[in-house]
Ligand binder design. Structure first.
Ligand SMILES: [Zn+2]
Length: 392
C-alpha cells in the first residue's frame, strides 16, 4: 500500500511540471485524462491490498486439497541393491544400543526427574547431529487421577517450512508400576515400552544424518518430523481420559496451527503425509500386521524392504524373508498414540507387534529380554523405508 502511494505522488509531480505553459483547453483535457489515470492506479492499488490481506503469501500457499492430492500421488524412490546395502550399512547397532538405548532404561514417569533426564538425553543426541533439527519441548498441564501433571512432548522437525511432513513417533514415558517388593532397585524401565522404539528413531536420525542434511538444503516438499510423546500410559486404568495425554494434546494443537504460517486454509495436521508409530518393539520374532487399508501401500514397502534386505543377507537371525511384516492375518486394532491423529484423518502406519510381548507391563520388560539382532534388523528396514519415502 505505501509503495503504491509513493509511485502515485511522483507521477503527479512530474506531469505537473511537463504541463506548465500549455493552452487551457488542452490543459483541461490532459487534467481529465490524468484524473482517470490516477483513479485507475488507485483502484489497482486497492485491489492489490485486498488480495494481499486475504492471504499473505498469495496463491503460492498449498490448499488442503493439493496437500491431499500430493500425499496420495507421492512416489517413493526405489533403491538399487547397492544403494540399499549402503543405507543398511549406515545403521550402527552398537551406537543404537550403547549410546541411544542404555540412558533411556530408567523410570520415566511424566513430571518426574527421570522424565527430565531422558528428555535431555534425546535432545542432546539430536543436537549433536549435523542435519540441523529444529527442537521443541511442548509442555502442557493436564489433570490425571493423580492430580495435575506437567507433560512434555519432544518435537524435532528437519525443515519446519516444508509443505508436507513424514512423522516418526514413539512414547518416551514409562508406566507407573510398583517396584519389586523384595528388591526396591528392580523398577519398571519399559525396555520395549517404549525405550527401544525411541532408540530406533534416534539411530535412524543418526544413520541418515548426512542425507537428511542434504534433504534440508534441497528444500524438499516433504520433510521429516520426529515425535517423542509424553503420557501415553494410563496413570491407573486405561480410559479415554486417562491415557494418550501427549498425543491428544499434540493432535489438537497441530489441528489449529496454520501451516504454512499465516494460512487460513490448511493446518499443520493436514501437512502430515503419514504418521509412523513405533511401540512395544524389542522382543524376538515380532509379528507386525497391517492395520489400515488406506496405508496398505506403505506397509507393502516395509514388506518389500524386509524381503530385499533378507535376500541380500543384510539381516541377522532372520529365519525367512517375511518374518516381521505380515498381511496374511489380523488380530484386531490396538489403542495407542495414533488414535487422536487417526480420528482427525491422518494416515497411520502402526508398527506394534500383536500379540504383545509376554512381559508387557511387567518388571521383566528389561534390556536382557530384548533381542539385539531383531532391533537392528527393524532399524535397517525402517532406514530403507524412510530413505525411499523422502528420496534421500
Ligand atoms: Zn505400555
Amino acid at each position: 500500500m505505501s509503495r503504491a502511494g509513493r509511485r502515485f505522488k511522483a507521477l503527479h509531480a512530474n506531469n505537473g511540471q511537463a504541463l506548465a505553459g500549455c493552452d487551457p483547453r488542452r490543459g483541461r483535457r490532459v487534467r481529465v485524462l490524468l484524473l482517470l489515470c490516477l483513479c485507475g492506479a488507485l483502484s489497482l492499488a486497492m485491489i492489490l491490498a485486498l488480495y494481499l490481506s486475504a492471504e499473505p503469501s498469495g496463491s503460492l500457499l498449498p490448499h488442503p486439497a493439493d496437500l491431499i492430492k500430493d500425499r496420495l500421488s507421492h512416489k517413493p524412490n526405489k533403491y538399487s541393491v547397492a544403494q540399499a546395502k549402503k543405507l543398511a550399512g549406515q545403521v550402527d547397532g552398537h551406537r543404537l544400543w550403547e549410546t541411544h538405548l542404555r540412558p533411556l532404561l530408567i523410570e520415566r514417569v511424566p513430571g518426574t526427574t527421570g522424565s527430565q533426564i531422558i528428555r535431555q538425553h534425546i535432545l542432546s543426541q539430536l543436537r549433536s547431529l549435523s542435519a540441523g533439527w529444529t527442537l521443541e519441548e511442548n509442555d502442557f498441564v493436564s489433570s490425571t487421577p493423580k492430580g495435575d501433571v506437567t507433560f512434555t512432548n519432544l518435537l524435532a522437525v528437519l525443515d519446519p517450512s516444508a509443505p508436507r511432513r513424514l512423522l516418526l513417533a514413539c512414547h518416551h514415558d514409562s508406566k507407573i508400576i510398583p517396584a519389586d517388593p523384595k528388591n526396591s532397585k528392580r523398577v519398571f524401565v519399559g525396555a520395549s515400552d517404549s525405550a527401544v522404539p525411541c532408540a530406533i528413531i534416534l539411530e535412524l536420525a543418526s544413520a541418515l544424518d548426512k542425507q537428511l542434511k542434504a534433504l534440508k538444503q534441497q528444500r524438499s516438499a516433504v520433510t521429516l518430523q520426529l515425535v517423542f510423546f509424553d503420557g501415553e500410559e494410563a496413570f491407573e486404568e486405561w480410559t479415554d481420559t486417562d491415557s494418550l495425554y501427549g498425543s491428544r494434546h499434540l493432535a489438537e494443537l497441530m489441528s489449529r496451527t496454520p501451516h504454512p504460517a499465516g494460512s487460513t486454509k490448511s493446518s499443520l495436521l493436514q501437512a502430515v503425509d503419514l504418521l509412523v508409530l513405533l511401540d512395544l518393539l524389542g522382543a524376538p520374532e515380532p509379528l507386525i500386521v497391517n492395520h489400515f487399508d488406506n496405508t496398505a501401500r506403505w506397509f507393502d514397502r516395509l514388506i518389500a524392504a524386509e524381503k530385499r534386505l533378507h535376500k541380500q543377507g543384510l539381516l541377522t537371525s532372520h529365519p525367512s524373508e517375511q518374518s516381521y511384516f505380515r498381511k496374511d492375518f489380523y488380530l484386531g486394532p490396538v489403542q495407542d498414540d495414533h488414535i487422536p491423529f487417526l480420528n482427525r484423518g491422518v494416515p497411520v502406519l502402526h508398527l506394534i507387534p500383536t500379540p504383545f510381548p509376554v512381559f508387557w507391563h511387567t518388571l521383566d520388560d528389561v534390556e536382557e529380554r530384548m533381542h539385539r539382532p531383531t532391533v537392528e534388523n527393524l532399524t535397517r528396514i525402517l532406514a530403507i523405508f524412510v530413505a525411499e519415502y523422502l528420496s534421500l
